[in-house]
Structure formats: structure tokens, C-alpha cells
Design a binder for this molecule. Structure first.
Ligand code: GCU
Length: 566
């Protein structure tokens, strides 16, 4: 009997199968929101190679690149127009304006790459009228532009216009997009924004997704702009990010077409809050809601006060939006640079979790998210433009109960243990961002950060926490070993999160500090995207401990996402 009780205590299992989220693009890119700079907000319609290089230089010399801001994205207006629309190359693709880019796009991408950065580029759907008029050949095929263009319909385009729709029923249409994507890949493009996308252009987005994949080069695929939420799962399946609204720019600057400062205003920023509440459910590793460029870097002249700029950054971090700066990096102010380099804010953005709104009352808003390690991140905002407001949230609204240790994430200051609710009196446009760590919360150890013997960290299935999971080789003896820290010796509840997409049990031997504890069953979970929890109790020493999970059969262990230790 005693032996039976002991075995029961060790094998008490809790199996939970969460609902599968909408599937993200499986191109393997943008496991975390992209960070960098885009030419549209400040450089606007006048990009050229000198300006692009200067911004790339500044991304590095400012230290922003070291913080993860690595994309240098060339937006619209690198092309050349004549009175019939875009000037095209020999295969009907947009010709680059050589007055603006005399050395060509490849040379610019090479320059960007040599600085350790990545290069982004821009396109819109369709084929240019000039390609059709000249009936240009489609590269690598016997087809021509007139075979694939539907000259009865044009696409949205914000520059030279005159973009005909493509007849995707004709094989030459995909071949044309492939040839364009191949040219971009040969130039070293790492990120492609396709603008002018709407409900009528799903076939174009599909064609570009296929085209980018067949290049073999990893190219982050970003959709723009004001995408209809009704097709959210389609955008998520096909791309790594999608703009949920029109532009964040106010087009109220003193330059031509509203360019120049101010770049934006508070109403354009705060309108993203409602959008983020609706789109929250669609964000996750591999696919992000893009709330447009971040207008921080050049002080108040961008059109936002310092309080509003901190709220802008806070919201983009809470929403796990791409962080693509729109400002002039050659004229960064020290106040703004400190905002952009705040590691605690960047970590909130890169945790890969999009926050939910739990308070929306007048000017007061509160947003919350739970990070993979069990911490809660809570943002309180006074979104008004006059008067202070006291904004409050209970821990129950944030998603937990009991006391929590609070850290102010903008300042880094500890605010001690807070019993059950939190309030802040905020200036107009001001935010308070806190991390609340519930007392007794489990500590999470991500498998992708553990020691792997015969196996690899991967991210090609959905639903994992952190940046991936461990796929141990299909051999007996492959293992993942966690280093687990304990403040004091004693027994701990441990949860192993795993997926086994086969119907065959994948047992693993569990050893703590080199001593076998038990061999545990890890039965099928239905598929590789469905994760389950196996719980057990182990005895830890004070200080560092090793917990090794070793597959005992020729199949190796299941995929392992993390270990939670409470
Ligand atoms: C598939 C699956 C992997 C898994 C492997 C296995 O290849 O994609 O994630 O680890 O099977 O059988 O172990």
C-alpha cells in the first residue's frame, strides 16, 4: 500500500488542453514584433540614398540598434513616375529612381547590412500600366504583361497610381510577382511592406506571400493599411504584421502635402487605443497588430508632449506592436532617446503578449497583460487633454488576487508590496506603467533557454510561450536540462508544458541534480500546436539545481515549452 500511495503522489497529473489560437503565418519570421525605423513619417516623399544612409548611421551611433531597433525601411517614393504611372524595368517591375538612388537598392541594402542592420522595402499590389502598354516579358516565362493584366480595374496606390489588377487565374501572374520578389531577395531585402491592401486584395497578399517564400530568403511580410478586421484571420495566416488603421501621421506639418513637423498629434495616437482593444486577440508570435510608426525622437515638435510620447510608447509596448520609429534619427533629443532605450519598456513590447483593456471610462483607461513568467503588466492612462485624473484598477480586474510586488517600469523604482488595487493621479496624456508580481507566483524556465542535448529550439508550431520550444531528437537519451534556482531547500510543485502530436506516449526520465526522480508518461495531445501540463513535486536544494528531462524511447521526448516552478 505504501508504495502505491507514493506512486500516486508522484504521478498526480493535471492535463489541460487550451483552445488553439488563430494560426499565425508559418514563415517562421517575426516571432517578436519588429523594431527599427521607417522613412515615411519624417523623410516622407523625398527618400534618397544619402538620407537613408544617414538614418542607418544614426540608428547605430545612437545605440538604438544595440537595443534591437534594426530595420531600416525604405517606404514609398523610391520609384520614378511618368504621365502614365510607374516607369518600369525590362520585366515590368517598378524602376528605381536613379536620381534618388544612383548606386541602386542593392548597394544601399549592402550598406545597411554592413552595419549589422536589416533592410526593408515597399510595394503595392498589381502591375504598372507602363508594363502593360509596352507588353513587357515576364521574367523566366514566355508570358507577357498583357496576358496577366486586367486593364478594366486598378488598385489603390498612393504615388504614381495606374496599377492594374492581375488575373491570378493565369500562371503568368504568380510568375510576375515571383520575379519581383526574386529581384528584392537578390538585392538583400529583409522586410517587405505591401501597402494599399484591403478586402479586395487577398489574392495579391497570397501571391506575395508565396513569392517571398519561394525566394528562400527570410523576408518579414508586413501589410498596410487600415485592414478590415473581418479578415483578421486571413491577414494573420499570410503575414507577420498588419496595419489596423490609417496613418498615425497628421499630415498637418508645414511642408508640402503636410510633411515636416508636427508629424502627428495626440488624437491620431489615442485613436489606436480603440483599435488595439478590438484587434488584441489576433496578436501573437509570428503575427502582430501594427499601430503604425512611433513618433518619438525629436522632442515636442513631433506634435506630442513628453507625457503623451511616454503614453505612445507605453501603448505600443502593451499592444506588442512593431516599434518602427518615424522620426529623424539624426536629431534625437536626449529625453526621447532615453524613452526609446528604456529596457523595461522594450521588454514589455518584446514579451510577445498583446494587452487587453479592462477599464475604459471617460478619459481613464487601464490595460493589462500576463507575461509568460506569471508577472502582470498594467498600464493606467489619462487620455484626456486637460485636467488631472485619478485612474484605478483592482488586482482582480488585472487578472489575479492576493498581494503583489510592484515595480514602476518607466522609472524602474520598486513600489513595494501592494495588497489588492492600484491608483495613480495622472496629468493629461500621462501614463503609469507597472509590473505586478503576485506573491508566490511560479517562476518560469523557458525550454529554449535551457541546455539541449541532441535537439534544437524551434518555433514552427503555435501556442508556445517565450520564443519557442525544444524539439529533442527522436532518439533515446536526448534531453533538455533546466537550471532552477531555489531560495531555500524544500519541495516544489513543477509543471512541464509539452506537446506530443503523435498518438504514441513519449516517456521522459526526470532527474533532479543527477538523481532519477521518476519516469513520466507524456501521451499524445492531439497535434503539435496543442500543449498540455504535466505536474509533479520535486525536492530542491537551496541555490542552483538541475532538472533534466530525458526521452527514454527511440522517439525521444515530446516537444517541451517550459518548466514552471512554484
Ligand atoms: C514533427 C514535429 C516536431 C516534433 C517531431 C517529433 O517533426 O514538427 O515538432 O518534434 O515531429 O516527432 O519529435
Amino acid at each position: 500500500m505504501r508504495a502505491v500511495f507514493a506512486a500516486l503522489a508522484l504521478t498526480a497529473t493535471c492535463l489541460t488542453l487550451p483552445a488553439a489560437p488563430a494560426a499565425a503565418s508559418d514563415n517562421g519570421l517575426s516571432i517578436r514584433p519588429a523594431m527599427g525605423w521607417s522613412s515615411w513619417s519624417f523623410v516622407r516623399r523625398w527618400p534618397d540614398e544619402t538620407k537613408m544612409k544617414a538614418q542607418a548611421d544614426a540608428l547605430v551611433s545612437s545605440g538604438l540598434a544595440d537595443k534591437g531597433y534594426v530595420y531600416v525601411n525604405l517606404d514609398d517614393f523610391y520609384q520614378k513616375c511618368d504621365s502614365n504611372g510607374f516607369v518600369v524595368d525590362g520585366y515590368g517591375r517598378w524602376a528605381v529612381d536613379t536620381a534618388k538612388f544612383p548606386s541602386g537598392i542593392k548597394a544601399l541594402a549592402d550598406y545597411v547590412h554592413a552595419k549589422g542592420l536589416k533592410f526593408g522595402f515597399y510595394v503595392t499590389p498589381g502591375i504598372a500600366k507602363n508594363a502593360v502598354t509596352a507588353n513587357k516579358p515576364i521574367e523566366g516565362t514566355s508570358y507577357h504583361a498583357q496576358d496577366i493584366a486586367d486593364t478594366s480595374q486598378t488598385h489603390k496606390n498612393y504615388n504614381c497610381k495606374n496599377m492594374y489588377r492581375l488575373k491570378y487565374s493565369h500562371p503568368g501572374a504568380q510568375a510576375f510577382i515571383n520575379s519581383w520578389a526574386n529581384q528584392m531577395a537578390s538585392w538583400g531585402v529583409d522586410y517587405l511592406k505591401i501597402d494599399g491592401v484591403d478586402a479586395s486584395t487577398v489574392a495579391d497578399v497570397e501571391a506575395w506571400d508565396k513569392a517571398l517564400r519561394q525566394t528562400g530568403r527570410p523576408i518579414n511580410f508586413a501589410l498596410s493599411n487600415n485592414l478590415p478586421i473581418a479578415q483578421a484571420t486571413t491577414w494573420k495566416r499570410l503575414a507577420n504584421s498588419w496595419r489596423t488603421q490609417g496613418d498615425v501621421e497628421c499630415y498637418c506639418g508645414s511642408g508640402p502635402n503636410g510633411s515636416g513637423y508636427p508629424l502627428t498629434d495626440w488624437s491620431h495616437v489615442v485613436s489606436r487605443f480603440n483599435s488595439a482593444a478590438s484587434w488584441q486577440q489576433y496578436a501573437g508570435p509570428g503575427g502582430w497588430n501594427d499601430y503604425d510608426s512611433l513618433q518619438i525622437g525629436n522632442g515636442d515638435q513631433v506634435g506630442l508632449t513628453a507625457d503623451q510620447r511616454r503614453s505612445h510608447m507605453t501603448h505600443w509596448a502593451m499592444a506588442a506592436s512593431p516599434l518602427l520609429l518615424g522620426t529623424d534619427l539624426t536629431a534625437l533629443t536626449s529625453v526621447d532617446l532615453a524613452m526609446l532605450k528604456n529596457d523595461r519598456l522594450i521588454a514589455v513590447n518584446q514579451d510577445g503578449v498583446a494587452a487587453q483593456r479592462v477599464v475604459n471610462s471617460g478619459v481613464n483607461q487601464v490595460w493589462r497583460k500576463r507575461e509568460a513568467n506569471g508577472d502582470y503588466i498594467i498600464a493606467l492612462y489619462n487620455t484626456g487633454t486637460s485636467g488631472n485624473s485619478t485612474v484605478s484598477v483592482t488586482w482582480a480586474q488585472a487578472g489575479f488576487t492576493g498581494p503583489a510586488a510592484v515595480t514602476n517600469l518607466w522609472s524602474g523604482a520598486s513600489e513595494g508590496t501592494v495588497a489588492s488595487s492600484y491608483s495613480a493621479t495622472l496629468r493629461p496624456g500621462e501614463t503609469r506603467l507597472i509590473r505586478a508580481r503576485p506573491a508566490g507566483a511560479a517562476t518560469r524556465y523557458e525550454a529554449e533557454n535551457a541546455t539541449i542535448s541532441q535537439g534544437a529550439a524551434e518555433s514552427n508550431h503555435s501556442g508556445f510561450s517565450g520564443t519557442g520550444f525544444v524539439n529533442a531528437d527522436n532518439v533515446a537519451g536526448s534531453y533538455v536540462e533546466f537550471t532552477v534556482n531555489a531560495a531555500e531547500a524544500g519541495s516544489r510543485a513543477v509543471t512541464i508544458r509539452y506537446a506530443n502530436g503523435t498518438s504514441v506516449n513519449r516517456p521522459m526520465a526526470i532527474a533532479v541534480n543527477g538523481t532519477a526522480v521518476q519516469t513520466r508518461d507524456f501521451p499524445g495531445t492531439g497535434d503539435w500546436d496543442t500543449w498540455a501540463d504535466a505536474t509533479l513535486t520535486v525536492s530542491l536544494n537551496a541555490g542552483a539545481n538541475t532538472v533534466r528531462l530525458t526521452g527514454t524511447t527511440a522517439n525521444g521526448g515530446p516537444n517541451v515549452d517550459y518548466l514552471d516552478v512554484s
